[in-house]
Design a binder for this molecule. Structure first.
Ligand code: CTP
Length: 212
């Protein structure tokens, strides 16, 4: 059985015990990918941040909760050279430089210094535990193709799935996605605006036939 590592959902970076920085990702596309991977007979390790969808229960999926970018990367590094790595999580790019252990009191305005988080996808696709095939996601709102191709190279992954909203489909928190899978070798698969289930099936079907 082939092994896949997948990251899904949104991460959180806490500012104090009750406030955090996060994003809109619900984990819907990620869970649809898990469903497709199961149909294709993969054994799956899912590192998930915060998700708003039900987990698919199967003996072939192991779920591990990771709250922050740092936790997610630490966990991902434990899995060496899996067959397929899909990095679908919306990882917070920043965290506060100084976490406050006590709840921050209201004052006249507040400035927070944010510093960069580690990049899970980039670290994994350049590290010694690199999955045989790495797939990243790129959510873009402008210069979508150019930006996605740039990300494909800068993150050193084999494929990038470009997602972009349309006037009718905002993607986040809906059942629909829209996009294209782009390969380093130039191969691409135009998927278009379809349900997240169909989107996932098309990606997994395409990747299944790629020789690592
Ligand atoms: N990613 C990651 N770790 C991060 C940031 C992003 O693993 N700290 C991964 C995501 O899972 C996704 C890809 O990198 O597969 C692209 O994420 P995206 O948020 O689109 O890109 P960023 O690198 O955050 O760039 P930008 O926000 O400038 O578009």
């Amino acid at each position: 059985m082939k092994k896949a590592l997948i990251t899904i959902g949104s991460t959180r970076e806490y500012i104090d015990p009750v406030r955090y920085i996060s994003n809109e990702s619900s984990g819907r596309q990620g869970m649809a990918l898990i469903k497709s991977l199961l149909k294709s007979n993969y054994k799956i390790i899912c590192l998930h941040g915060y998700i708003q969808v039900k987990q698919i229960v199967s003996k072939n999926v192991k779920y591990i909760f990771t709250s922050s970018a740092k936790d997610m990367l630490k966990e991902a590094k434990k899995y060496k050279s899996v067959d397929l790595g899909i990095f679908n999580a919306a990882v917070s790019d920043y965290k506060v430089e100084k976490y406050s252990k006590v709840k921050i009191k209201k004052n006249n305005g507040l400035s927070l210094k944010l510093i960069n988080n580690p990049d899970v996808l980039k670290s994994m696709s350049t590290g010694k535990n690199k999955p045989k095939i790495t797939v990243g996601f790129a959510y873009e709102t402008d210069n979508v193709l150019q930006n996605a191709k740039k990300k494909l190279l800068s993150k050193n992954c084999d494929f990038i799935v470009l997602n972009y909203p349309t006037p009718k489909n905002k993607i986040f928190n809906t059942n629909y996605n829209n996009g294209i899978l782009i390969g380093r070798s130039g191969a691409s698969l135009k998927i278009g605006s379809v349900s997240k289930t169909i989107f996932a099936d098309k990606i997994v079907k395409f990747l299944k036939n790629i020789k690592a």
